[in-house]
Design a protein around this ligand. Structure first.
Ligand SMILES: O=C(O)CCC(=O)C(=O)O
Length: 261
């Protein structure tokens, strides 16, 4: 499965400009690389313009969902659409969107864990629906958003439901970049699945973002890693057989004794 990650810089508070930017990038990369899956970062339409999100947020996922569906169908690619600020019933959520090659909306997820360090709980509402796995090209997968990475029980639930790949879409700050790297590797090793992440780079509101988007295999080997500061496109194919291989070699899912803890 050929993956392409867009480690992008985000234009603050200008969803239309960011959609144009993503549309241009998808067109180029789809024609040049014919990827199976492209991955976008967290809150890529607005950046963390929290105080003004009422003006910039999508409503019930639109217009961004239709925009991604159109791109997916046109270029016949699956899209892990990062996340967007999304107004629903007067509340704003941080919502991930996943679209398949046919342009069908496969899954949405509202970020459950809101970040106190960035004042997210003041401006956003936490998701109230349970995380689930979804399928693209017949493969079970999961998606989490940024701060969710700190909650291993969330990643474990996805693994237990059969996820072989977990996507992490993020705007993770540079100040905690060591945590970003270590936690991704840990989640891959402990769940024996691929971790594919997309973090933004650049700066907003005196916060630098850490880039370092990654593709990590189920043994914890880093297959690809982005720079800390540059807008980049990362390209790598993953071989899903590795999930079965490591789970046979080190059978942690058979060794678990959940009723003891
Ligand atoms: O957990 C962290 O250190 C960063 C989390 C974050 O920036 C986010 O969820 O947007």
């Amino acid at each position: 499965m050929k993956h392409v990650i867009y480690q992008m810089d985000i234009i603050p508070g200008d969803p239309e400009a960011n959609r144009l930017k993503v549309g241009k990038w998808v067109k180029e990369i789809a024609q040049k690389e014919q990827p199976d899956i492209v991955v976008l970062p967290e809150m890529w339409t607005t950046a963390y313009t929290l105080e003004d999100l009422e003006n910039y947020a999508d409503t019930d996922g639109e217009p961004t969902t239709s925009f991604l569906q159109h791109l997916a169908k046109m270029y016949h690619i699956n899209i892990i659409g990062g996340s967007i600020a999304n107004m629903k019933n007067g509340k704003i959520y941080n919502t991930s969107i996943v679209v398949n090659r046919e342009g069908e909306l496969v899954y949405t997820y509202d970020k459950i864990h809101l970040v106190p360090m960035l004042d997210e709980p003041v401006y956003l509402t936490g998701g109230a629906e349970k995380v689930q796995v979804f399928e693209l090209d017949g493969v079970k997968m999961g998606i989490i958003i940024c701060y969710d990475l700190r909650f291993p029980e969330l990643a474990r639930k996805l693994a237990l439901e059969g996820a072989e790949v977990m996507y992490v879409v993020a705007e993770w700050p540079t100040v905690r970049k060591d945590h970003w790297k270590a936690l991704q590797i840990a989640r891959a090793i402990e769940n024996q699945f691929f971790v594919v992440s997309c973090n933004r780079i650049g700066e907003y509101n005196n916060e630098d973002f850490a880039g370092t988007s990654m593709m990590i295999d189920p043994r914890g080997k880093i297959l690809k890693v982005g720079s800390e500061t540059e807008e980049e496109t990362l390209i790598e194919s993953i071989t899903l057989d590795l999930v079965k291989e490591i789970r046979k070699d080190v059978p942690i899912f058979k060794s678990r004794v959940p009723h003891m803890y």
